[in-house]
Ligand binder design. Structure first.
Ligand code: PNS
Length: 165
């Protein structure tokens, strides 16, 4: 049984993420989507919200399940008996960053990282940019599932109302 972990912060999940998860599910018998807590990131959605969004978005993908994780990714891979980590690469900047993490993870436990080139339709899409553009009133519809788009607009409106208080 081949098993891979697709890790990320997913704040929020967008179509670039889902494309990589879908393609990983064709390559491996099982894919564990691992929703991580990265303390250096200022999150808009809390852990439970991000996990619920992923569960909904991946509900129709066979062999895909979602877990939350803290701590080392390599520990999660060992726990899940996963042979590989799958990451999407949007371009050279992603490679610079991801190759260092892949090397460090491989050194820890020998877990390998498989890189999938991002579908060109989503090559410019990043959760941080989606939040920035939507927060400034720009249109991000179509870059993320409709239900996530609605949740994003609602959360941004809540935050704006709080800031205006
Ligand atoms: O959304 P991101 O920024 O691509 O997700 C990053 C994530 C969560 C995959 C990464 O920060 C991670 O693997 N965190 C777990 C902690 C860890 O193992 N750190 C050492 C990496 S070499």
């Amino acid at each position: 049984m081949s098993r891979a972990v697709c890790p990320g912060t997913f704040d929020p999940v967008h179509h670039g993420h889902l494309d990589v998860i879908t393609r990983a599910a064709r390559l491996f018998d099982e894919v564990v989507v691992a929703v991580g807590v990265n303390p250096s990131k200022n999150r808009l959605f809390d852990d439970d919200e991000r996990i619920a969004m992923l569960e909904r978005a991946c509900a129709d993908l066979p062999g895909v399940r979602v877990v939350g994780f803290t701590g080392l990714l390599t520990d999660l891979c060992a726990e899940q008996d996963a042979q590989a980590v799958v990451k999407g690469l949007r371009g050279p900047a992603d490679f610079e960053y991801e190759a260092r993490m892949a090397g460090m993870n491989s050194r820890q436990t020998g877990v390998d990282t498989v890189f999938l080139p991002t579908d060109p339709r989503w090559s410019y899409v990043a959760s941080s940019l989606v939040k920035e553009v939507a927060g400034l009133g720009g249109d991000v519809r179509g870059l993320l599932p409709d239900v996530v788009h609605e949740a994003l607009l609602a959360r941004l409106a809540e935050r704006a109302a709080q800031a205006g208080r």
